[in-house]
Write a protein that binds this ligand. Sequence first.
Ligand code: FES
Length: 109
Amino acid sequence: MPHRERYLFICTNRREEGNPKGSCAQKGSEELVKRMKAALLERGLAKTAARACSTSCLDLCEYGASIVIEPDHIVYGNVTLDDVDAIADAVAKGEIVQRLVIAPPAKGA
Ligand code: FES
């Protein structure tokens, strides 16, 4: 299989119930991976352009479910199943879903 132009790393880390950090899996990210894979496949992107991968904690737990897209280094937070089509469409067009972007911390913060 060829390398893809983009990789969507979707956190599927699951912490035990009651952990104050919570986790992306508790917020539905496992289903998010399945739906994103299907959405990329539907758009003809899955084989060459973009691959959705489950990953462990991205240390963005408070923003879960979280996704990091590389090599663009786009960071999305609070992603739900309702956002899958918008993200897949943006990947297809080389665009960013601005409403989901987590702003990077200010330098020196
Ligand atoms: S549990 Fe998903 S970013 Fe930490």
